[in-house]
Design a protein around this ligand. Structure first.
Ligand SMILES: Nc1nc2c(c(=O)[nH]1)N[C@H]1C(S)=C(S)[C@@H](COP(=O)(O)OP(=O)(O)OC[C@H]3O[C@@H](n4cnc5c(=O)[nH]c(N)nc54)[C@H](O)[C@@H]3O)O[C@H]1N2
Ligand SMILES: Nc1nc2c(c(=O)[nH]1)N[C@H]1C(S)=C(S)[C@@H](COP(=O)(O)OP(=O)(O)OC[C@H]3O[C@@H](n4cnc5c(=O)[nH]c(N)nc54)[C@H](O)[C@@H]3O)O[C@H]1N2
Ligand SMILES: [Mo]
Length: 753
């Protein structure tokens, strides 16, 4: 439980960035590492000759001065991985599992880096050292002993390099299962599904240059000020070029109002620049209604104002399903649109006017759209809006799902998925001469449920913190403990590691910022950013311990033992990662001349049919208009809709501080943001302590939250992930995406007794 010693609530900020973001970043480095190491690492971060920031997936501005492509929160993510290696065997000898379970994420993180392989067996309370060779032998023997490979699952968090991810999925499929859940299941899965169905590719279609050419950018459900701070620079430049920015969010996020670029003078001493031209304070999950309203208004303008606001030529040539879509929008009533979105018809029309006046429109979105029951449908409504104006495959326009983890998109490209496309399996079969499993595997939620049901016996995780990232923390902890074998490949200790099951192994790996030497030669890896650029990344710091393996080496060593008869020499691949890239080039489309391109320029764009040539890889080769309904859940008396969101001082489950600076929260995380009128209606006052509980499962509760009066729509609440995950049940999932509905949980509350 988070300690709440000195919680202070200040007014929310009205701009992001500024000099404070620099001093705050410096403090994090100062507290977690020595200053020289910190400076050396920061200087190399997001430079082509250096390493990719371990933070978000926002692209590096390759045409700009790479030396300044850093941000406060990237530095904080870096500070976490360059912290001292105190989590060694002496640390575990001194601290029992039970004791460590009592620490919150912040204090557990202070243990620092894992520095040697460790093992724990049922009945023991302390992890103990084990040699690498013994660890690999044991894991391989345990996996080989399972009745079927489908009794094991192999999770990935999206930080893993392309090279490690490719080998990992190859090993898993050669072993015989498609059980490859990953963090994207909890994140942008809805985007992948929505875009693949309508546009034929599950990725965004814009480049950074498109931001500078856009006339309008719509940003749905995203908080770039904290989660993609470098995006603010792109928005600032866009706004300076006259682009209108419309942000759609239940919260007025500081980063979407004004930005003070801390890397130039007027960002340090001035007021910064205004970003959003229009802020629409939509109700939680009111986006479907809001977007439908914008579309309806566009149709109405087209009828009455004789303007060329609908791109009929584009629709005719490139799309299918337009007339059904138009009829569907027509039957939607304004009353219902306004009631469901919580935004007035006037403001919706203002957004529609911006849309109609723009020749080039980009739509961006984050977790505010994906983590809902109807995430796929809402994103498809965004696609419909863009198709209406022909805003695809043209400069300055397109779809932009803003990815989370720095290589989550690359991991997907490498085949980390429980539902592999047939071509991938065919290519793997042909190149590596084996019969890959064709049956779909388990995603993240299915993995946890299968563990709970006793159907899954082994869990391997390549990064991540499954326990704290997943819904229903208590049930997930129980599920993890049913495993006969758990293997966690990680840089830092986290709560997932504290529920090991019968045999638990903790394998420490190199972090991105560290030099990865194999046989004395420094290796580089590659990653893919949110805009489909593949680029190199090579660490610059000496490893924090001599006893770390790289992720590639860990996977290859395990594969060599697990699959000794495979048609490739796993261990030989470790000596030179360019051999792995040669294999990737033969299997994954778009990687021709991979090594050559990486050696020449350090980066290249993957082909993107939509962006490059308006080619849609759908069955009809057209972009598809889709029809959706406004139907929304009705709240009963006393019910509220809760979103769980990130503070400014965390990277997912890694909590690096107790402040959420832009929202005015200092010194604590156990807060509940609520509209002042709702607080008054309950005869409570801001500062009161309340318990929140799930309306359908009242036993799922979170106590000791401090009420914060906040500009949030009525009946909407916000609290922090991961603390509030105890309120999210396993059966509240997005339709088809199976993503937990972390942004719409129906809850009730009572004052603390
Ligand atoms: N510093 C830092 N950077 C990160 C991360 C981090 O934790 N810390 N995480 C990384 C990862 S993995 C990801 S996926 C991204 C996440 O980046 P975001 O997508 O920005 O994630 P959240 O903090 O969950 O914020 C979602 C936003 O959606 C809004 N929202 C909530 N419900 C709704 C809704 O119904 N409709 C609309 N329109 N908006 C809504 C919230 O108010 C909030 O502004 O960031 C990545 N970058
Ligand atoms: N309620 C709620 N739940 C959510 C969300 C939400 O908004 N609300 N967001 C969801 C989202 S978008 C995501 S992406 C997931 C995140 O889920 P995960 O990706 O599983 O979680 P992280 O917190 O990013 O994982 C952090 C851990 O990764 C390990 N690690 C860090 N760097 C490396 C590395 O380079 N290599 C290896 N091997 N390990 C490393 C460290 O041990 C660290 O403790 O959480 C999801 N859960
Ligand atoms: Mo994410």
């Amino acid at each position: 439980m988070t300690k709440e010693h000195k919680l202070k609530i200040n007014p929310a900020a009205s701009s992001a960035g500024g000099v404070k973001s620099l001093t705050n970043a410096a403090q994090h480095i100062w507290h977690k590492s020595d200053l020289l190491t910190g400076i050396k690492a920061v200087k190399s971060m997001n430079k082509l000759s250096g390493f990719d920031c371990p933070g978000c997936a926002w692209p590096t501005a390759l045409t700009e001065n790479l030396a300044v492509e850093i941000c406060e929160n990237g530095i904080k993510a870096l500070a976490e991985e360059i912290s001292p290696n105190n989590a060694d065997s002496a640390y575990f000898a001194a601290h029992s599992l039970n004791e460590l379970r009592g620490l919150d994420d912040y204090h557990l993180g202070l243990a620092g880096r894992l520095s040697e392989p460790l093992i724990i067996r049922e009945g023991e309370e302390h992890y103990q050292p084990i040699s690498w060779a013994a660890a690999f032998d044991l894991i391989a023997a345990q996996l080989q002993a399972l009745a079927t490979p489908d009794q094991a699952a192999f999770y990935t968090s999206g930080r893993t390099s392309n090279e490690a991810a490719f080998l990992y999925q190859l090993m898993v499929r050669m072993y015989g299962t498609n059980n490859l859940p990953d963090s994207a299941d909890l994140c942008h899965e809805a985007s992948g599904i929505a875009l693949t169905e309508t546009l034929g590719i599950g990725k965004g279609s814009v480049t950074l240059d498109d931001f500078y050419r856009a006339d309008a950018i719509f940003i749905f459900g995203q908080n770039p000020g904290s989660n993609h701070p470098r995006m603010l620079k792109a928005l600032q430049k866009a706004a300076a070029n006259g682009c209108k920015i419309v942000s759609i969010n239940p919260l007025i996020e500081a980063g979407l109002m004004r930005f003070k670029n801390p890397q130039n003078l007027n960002g340090i001493i001035g007021n910064g620049s205004a970003l959003s031209s229009l802020l629409l304070q939509v109700t939680i999950n009111g986006d479907m209604a809001l977007i439908s309203g914008i579309i309806k208004a566009v149709f109405e303008f087209a009828e009455h104002e004789d303007a060329n606001v609908i791109d009929r030529e584009f629709i005719q040539q490139y799309t299918a399903g337009f007339s059904e879509f138009a009829a569907n929008i027509k039957q939607m009533e304004w009353d219902e649109i306004v009631a469901s979105s919580g935004v007035s018809q006037e403001l919706i029309r203002e957004a529609a006017t911006i849309f109609c006046q723009a020749k080039r429109v980009i739509a961006c979105w984050g977790m505010g759209l994906t983590q809902h029951h109807n995430g796929v449908a809402t994103i498809q409504q965004v696609v419909n809006l863009l198709l209406l104006g022909g805003h695809l495959g043209r400069e300055g326009a397109g779809v932009c799902p803003v990815r989370g983890h720095s290589n989550v998109q690359g991991d997907k490209t490498m085949g980390i998925t429980e539902n592999p496309p047939a071509y991938l399996l065919d290519n793997l079969a042909q190149k590596f001469n084996f019969i890959p499993p064709r049956k779909s595997g388990k995603d993240t939620i299915a993995t946890i449920q299968a563990l709970a049901a006793g159907e899954l016996h082994a869990l391997v995780t390549l990064g991540g913190n499954l326990l704290m990232a997943a819904p229903d923390t208590h049930a997930t902890a129980k599920a993890l403990q049913t495993a006969q074998l758990s293997v966690h490949i990680a840089t830092k200790l986290n709560h997932t590691h504290l529920y090991p099951g019968k045999i638990g192994l903790l394998l420490p790996c190199l972090a991105r910022s560290e030099i990865d030497r194999q046989k004395g030669i420094a290796q580089l890896v590659t990653v893919e950013n949110s805009m489909g650029i593949i680029h190199r990344s090579a660490g610059v710091l000496e490893p924090c311990s001599a006893n770390l393996y790289s992720e590639v080496a860990i996977v290859a060593n395990l594969a060599a033992r697990l699959l000794p008869n495979a048609s490739l020499n796993w261990l030989a691949l470790i000596a030179d990662y360019s051999q792995i890239r040669d294999l990737i080039a033969k299997v994954i489309p778009g990687f021709t001349d991979y090594n050559h391109k990486i050696a020449e320029t350090g980066w290249f764009y993957l082909p993107n049919g939509v962006r490059d040539k308006l080619a849609f890889a759908t069955p009809s080769a057209k972009a598809i208009f889709t029809c959706h309904s406004l139907a929304q859940r009705q709240l009963a008396a006393g019910e509220y809709l809760l979103m769980t969101t990130r503070s400014h001082d965390q990277f997912n489950t890694t909590v690096s501080g107790m402040n959420d600076r832009y929202r005015g929260i200092k010194g604590g995380r156990m807060v509940l943001f609520m509209n002042q009128l709702d607080i008054a209606e309950l005869n409570l006052t801001a500062g009161a302590q309340v318990t929140l509980y799930n309306s359908a499962y009242p036993e799922m509760e979170l106590a000791n939250l401090t009420l914060v009066s906040y500009a949030i729509p009525r009946r909407c609440l916000a609290s922090y992930f991961p603390e509030a995950n105890v309120l999210i049940p396993f059966d509240s999932l997005g339709a088809r995406s199976q993503t937990p509905t972390s942004k719409s949980i129906v809850v009730r509350l009572r004052p603390n007794s």
